[in-house]
Ligand binder design. Structure first.
Ligand SMILES: C[S@@+](CC[C@H](N)C(=O)[O-])C[C@H]1O[C@@H](n2cnc3c(N)ncnc32)[C@H](O)[C@@H]1O
Length: 220
C-alpha cells in the first residue's frame, strides 16, 4: 500500500510488473513494521527492511517475515554500492529528514544501474491546509512556500516529531540533482470504496485536493 488513499502495488505496478519481482533485491526505506517488505517477499523478491527506529523494527520482528531487518539512518546506508535492483518507501524517512538529497544520493549509490526507486510522501499542497478531515481542512491557512518544519516537543522541549516540507518543485529538483531520472509523478485519487476518515484524511478532502505524491525515479 503506497498511501492512505489505498493505492496498492498490485494495482499500480510502480516497481514494475509484479510477476518480475521474483529474485529481485529490494530495499525498503523507513519500513516501519515492514509491510512492504513482507508483501515483496510473498512475490518472491529478496527484500531488506530498513528503519532508524529500533522500536518499529521490533514490531516488524514480532509480525515476522523471511527477510533481514536493518536499523540505520536512510542518509547513511550500510550497504555496498550497487547492492539492490529496486528501492521503495511508503511515507518512510523522506518527509522526516531536513535534507532529503542525502537519502536520495545514498539510495542511488546502493541501486544497480537501471534500478528504480519509488517513494511516496505527503503531497506538498497539503502543507497549506489544516490537517483536519472536515470542511475546516479545506481553507488555506499557511503558506505553501514556508519551509519551516512542523515540530512537536515533549515537556522538556525536546523535539519528538519533526516533519519537513518541500514544495513540488523542491522535490523534483531533489530527485534530479541526486542523479535520478524522474519517470512518473503519481497523485492517487481518492477512490469511492475508501470511506475511512482519520487525522487529516477523509473522502471529503480526498475528492478535492491531493493527499499523496508518489515519485517514480530511475538510476540511469
Ligand atoms: C510514517 S512511517 C511509515 C512506515 C511504513 N513505511 C508504513 O507504510 O507504514 C515513517 C517511518 O520512517 C522512519 N524514519 C524516519 N526517519 C528515518 C531515517 N532518517 N532513516 C530511516 N528511517 C526513518 C520512521 O522511524 C518510521 O518508521
Amino acid at each position: 500500500m503506497w498511501c492512505p488513499e489505498g493505492l496498492d502495488e498490485v494495482e499500480a505496478e510502480l516497481l514494475g510488473p509484479t510477476e518480475e519481482l521474483t529474485g529481485k533485491d529490494v530495499l525498503e526505506i523507513g519500513a516501519g513494521a515492514a509491510q512492504c517488505a513482507r508483501w515483496l517477499a510473498g512475490q518472491g523478491a529478496r527484500p531488506v527492511a530498513l528503519d532508524v527506529s529500533h522500536r518499529q523494527l521490533q514490531h516488524a520482528l514480532r509480525i515476522g517475515g523471511p527477510f533481514p531487518l536493518v536499523c540505520a539512518d536512510a542518509a547513511v546506508l550500510p550497504f555496498a554500492d550497487a547492492s539492490f535492483d529496486l528501492a521503495c518507501s511508503a511515507y518512510g524517512a523522506l518527509p522526516f529528514v531536513a535534507d532529503p538529497r542525502l537519502v536520495l544520493r545514498e539510495v542511488r549509490r546502493v541501486l544497480r544501474p537501471g534500478g528504480r526507486f519509488v517513494f511516496s510522501v505527503t503531497h506538498p499542497l497539503r502543507w497549506a491546509f489544516p490537517d483536519e478531515p472536515g470542511p475546516e481542512g479545506l481553507s488555506v491557512s499557511a503558506s505553501y512556500f514556508d519551509r519551516t518544519p512542523y515540530v512537536e516537543q515533549d515537556d522538556e522541549g525536546v523535539a519528538v516529531y519533526v516533519e519537513h516540507h518541500r514544495t513540488l518543485g523542491d522535490r523534483v529538483r531533489d530527485v534530479v540533482t541526486s542523479g535520478f531520472r524522474l519517470v512518473d509523478l503519481v497523485e492517487p485519487e481518492w477512490p469511492d470504496w475508501n470511506t475511512s476518515e482519520w487525522g487529516g484524511w477523509s473522502p471529503l478532502r480526498g475528492h478535492l485536493i491531493p493527499g499523496t505524491a508518489i515519485f517514480v525515479c530511475e538510476r540511469d
